[in-house]
Write a protein of this length. Sequence first.
Length: 115
Amino acid sequence: MSNEVGKVDELFENTCCSDEGSDRKSHHPNKVKNNLVTRLNRIEGQIRGIKGLIEKDTYCDDVINQISATQSALNSVAKILLEGHLKSCVVERIQEGDFEVLDEVLVTIQKLMKK
């Protein structure tokens, strides 16, 4: 995992989120976007595969294992986004004196931990 963390550090060096009125956006470098989109495309394929398994009446345990693998892949995407958010957007907002961002992050983490 430490190797993946180093890669994420490198990817998020110059990224930040902006809060332009009520239209909040993140600004990820193209390398980060490409990484996330590649992962999501793979997950999309896994979902289609699970659908096919259901349609073919595949043994339940095999389907459940594929669902578990897909959930793990989604969690990896969430971890990458969360790490980048903490290292850029959250730090920036705290430096600007906006400590409400901490409550926002805690709610997000709680949602992730329910899964």
